[in-house]
Design a protein around this ligand. Sequence first.
Ligand SMILES: Cc1cc2nc3c(=O)[nH]c(=O)nc-3n(C[C@H](O)[C@H](O)[C@H](O)COP(=O)(O)O)c2cc1C
Length: 190
Amino acid sequence: MPTDTVPDANCSNRTWYRTPVPIPKMFRERRSVRAFEAEKPPADVLARLVDALRWAPSAGHLESRHFYFVTDRTLRRKLARAAEQPFVGRAPVVVVACADLRIRREYGARGVQLYCLMDVAAAVQNLLLVAHREGLGACWVGALDEKEVRGLLGLPRHLRPVSLVPLGYPAEEPEAAERAAREDVATFLR
Ligand SMILES: Cc1cc2nc3c(=O)[nH]c(=O)nc-3n(C[C@H](O)[C@H](O)[C@H](O)COP(=O)(O)O)c2cc1C
């Protein structure tokens, strides 16, 4: 898979990344999508999703995270069972987001209990926004049996699977859920 963001002549024509979109519009339009077309996103799109993961901030710039892109149908179904959420297996791609516990060497317990999870979260949020920009639908799935996912992927001990992100071209357009009022979300201290 290419490691750079530079588009090439083989780019799929389902790309919008050259056209600027105001960030507020982008994050207001993004929705959790739980129904997908069967078509798998092409390699250049997947490469840009990986870039979205790469360029997220991370504690101490240690990038304490790793992501598996699963396309195998049987494995996707098994991941869906590990999450007890069948829609996960119907996405053509399921990303397994893992925290890298080796951060302990640098930051001890706070690194393991907090920083590496935030590293994953920052990357997943980037992923959701870029996926949306690419015309894909995705859903952050945090409810899963970690032990089962670990076994399915044969993960090394230092990787903790914390989220799944099923993604693909959307087969639904969910309504936006209400958001809390500004005054309930933030307090301005004077
Ligand atoms: C940490 C986290 C865990 C989540 N876990 C699940 C999940 O297990 N299953 C699911 O269907 N959605 C899950 N979601 C998606 C939320 O339900 C969704 O973001 C929320 O309802 C707001 O809808 P929106 O994303 O369309 O704005 C999760 C979201 C986050 C941030």
